[in-house]
Design a protein around this ligand. Structure first.
Ligand code: FEO
Ligand code: CA
Ligand code: CA
Ligand code: CA
Length: 585
């Protein structure tokens, strides 16, 4: 491709300026249109969305709430298959007059149906893709049966009164980011599961207490009070239900009858997502982040090799690849350790960089962690990683391999507690104390080795702030960027980044592009911004179509359905609705 003068290949647009509009703002010359909104009908019999008449029966047949990850798969004949995560609900935005102390059963059941995933067929042509009713359309909710698979399936730690076998769980939640596998399925990460369980305070067994605490599950009543309507959310009545969340799930969107899977071999933590790379020998590698302050980056390497092709036989084989393999956690070592003072000042060698090691945690039934069984390693992976000295990172979000270079990019979104009293101080991969803006890490990783090299590509923030770094590029030319979350790659090899929490820079979140090679490496350019209070996520980057999720528009302090501060996308005095937006030239 030929670049316009002064523009890197594939990035021929004038960057959008940071702003606080209640709108999606795109570069001049681009068009935009909402593809689908919370509540839009996707299954037969679904009513049109009515904010003031929500029912669980309707929501089970409509597009869910707070769409995050978005995947777009080929389907042939001007059709595409879209899959979306619906991460969480904020009931004060779903219902007028919501009383957090006394939710109604109807409100709770709507929320269960608003979680999960949507599968929607889109018709493509001129302009934005259009959702259509199709037999492939599907909703996954908190009631959908899942199969628990891999080395911890059937473990006593996973058994509950509703599932004495520990192999069949109900529903998925907090699905944040995800990935498309080379065999055409979807992976999705169950992330902030800890808000949903009540009465951790009632647990007296010290080991169980420690495990719950390590996953942030604490207190008496839960935030949403679901325990009043289903005892599975009540730890005083049963203690293993939380262990059935916090996994990577796999969904075959091409088969609406298929039972989605939770992959225990990939460990249990606050999974942002998982992205697959095929090693030269055909084994598959999954890269994963645990998105919380001071958590870890993980890698899984399968035992078996991928079968090429999309036959039923190949797909069945490939859908078992994540059942057996080795789970590792990352340890990072900087090469300028004495020069890291927490200020973000670049070391004398000109880079935040160094070497790293993948520390094995378990391989199927074999644990490599002293004092823990393999089942315990898989179900309480955070505790296993603590024991082997993994490196505590600044909230690892997407960790994704570049499709051409094989380099791996990790978004480390921020960590306000870095360097706080009693907390880990800055180190070379996490070089700023009180880190408000995050950084993007680049790994040279060989799946056949347990050693890697790494460097920071970006230390984010306002380029006028000396404690920022844009791969050495001229900072007077870059867009400000804060809190990188999801990453994607275009056909030219550029990295695209969506952000979550740009209010740290006083602006709306957005979508940014940055070349990775040549003299333009580090030239961050803002492509779009999402409406007030929204987070940008799930980007799809194709040559003639860009799609982005605008999650939780209007979600700012003090706002709610009685006092909305966003009216996007419907305008007027309407309530804000999380939506997917298409952008094209
Ligand atoms: Fe749900 Fe880590 O963002
Ligand atoms: Ca260095
Ligand atoms: Ca995210
Ligand atoms: Ca995030």
């Amino acid at each position: 491709a030929v670049a316009a003068p002064g523009r890197p290949p594939g990035l021929d647009f004038t960057p959008v300026r940071p702003n606080s509009e209640d709108a999606v703002v795109v570069p001049e010359g681009y068009q935009q249109q909402v593809v689908i909104r919370w509540g839009d009908p996707i299954l037969p019999g679904a009513p049109e969305f009515d904010f003031d008449d929500q029912t669980p029966e309707a929501q089970e047949r409509q597009f869910g709430y707070n769409n995050d990850f978005c995947a777009l798969l080929p389907l042939g004949d001007d059709r595409r298959l879209m899959v979306n995560n619906h991460e969480y609900t904020s009931e004060e935005f779903l219902f007028r007059g919501y009383d957090p102390e006394n939710p109604t059963e109807q409100q709770v059941r709507v929320a269960w149906a608003a979680h999960g995933l949507s599968v929607v067929v889109l018709e493509t042509g001129d302009g934005a893709p259009k959702p259509v009713l199709d037999p492939l359309n599907r909703r996954i909710t908190l009631n959908t049966p899942f199969e628990l698979r891999g080395p911890a399936a059937g473990s006593e730690l996973l058994r509950t009164p509703a599932d004495p076998t520990g192999t069949r769980s109900f529903g998925t939640m907090n699905n944040c980011s995800g990935g498309v596998t080379p065999w055409g399925t979807i992976l999705s990460g169950e992330e902030n599961i800890h808000f949903y369980f009540a009465n951790a305070d009632s647990i007296t067994d010290p080991a169980t207490k420690e495990r719950l605490a390590r996953y942030g599950i604490k207190g008496a009543a839960s935030e949403r009070k679901w325990e009043r309507f289903d005892s599975r959310w009540d730890l005083a009545k049963q203690v293993n239900e939380p262990n059935r969340f916090g996994w990577i799930i796999e969904l075959d969107p091409h088969d609406p009858e298929s039972t989605p899977v939770k992959h225990t071999a990939l460990g249990r933590f606050k999974h942002e997502g998982a992205n697959i790379r095929v090693a030269d020998d055909g084994r598959v590698v999954a890269y994963m982040g645990d998105d919380e302050k001071f958590e870890y980056v993980y890698r899984f390497v399968s035992d078996r090799r991928m079968k090429p092709g999309r036959s039923k036989h190949a797909r069945r084989h490939n859908m078992s690849l994540l059942d057996s393999g080795t789970l590792y956690v990352a340890k990072f070592t900087g090469d300028s350790p004495d020069e890291i003072d927490g200020s973000g000042k670049l070391p004398a060698d000109g880079e935040f960089d160094g070497s790293g090691e993948w520390i094995p945690l378990a391989h199927n039934d074999t644990s490599f962690v002293p004092g823990m069984t393999a089942e315990e390693v898989y179900v309480f992976t955070r505790l296993a990683a603590d024991k082997v000295g993994a490196t505590k990172m600044d909230r690892p979000e997407d960790v994704q391999p570049h499709p051409k270079t094989g380099r791996v990019y990790a978004a480390l979104t921020n960590n306000s507690d870095r360097g706080a009293t009693g907390k880990a101080p800055a180190d070379e991969p996490n070089p700023r104390n009180g880190n408000k803006y995050g950084q993007v890490l680049e790994l040279d990783d060989d799946p056949a080795s347990t050693r890697f090299a790494w460097r920071l590509l970006l230390v984010c923030g306002d380029p006028n702030d000396p404690a920022t770094y844009f791969a050495g590029f001229d900072k007077s030319q870059v867009s400000p960027i804060a809190c990188p979350d999801n990453v994607a790659f275009d056909s030219h090899g550029n990295l695209w980044i969506t952000t979550d929490s740009s209010e740290a820079l006083g602006a709306n979140d957005g979508l940014y592009a940055v070349p990775l090679e040549g003299p333009e490496r580090g030239h961050v350019m803002q492509f779009l911004s999402v409406p007030r209070g929204a987070e940008a996520c799930g980007p799809i980057i194709e040559d003639d179509l860009i799609m982005v999720s605008a999650q939780h528009p209007g979600e700012v302090d003090g706002a709610n359905a009685d006092n909305p501060v966003s009216h996007w996308p419907d305008g007027g005095t309407s309530q804000p609705r999380p939506s997917v937006v298409a952008v094209w030239r």
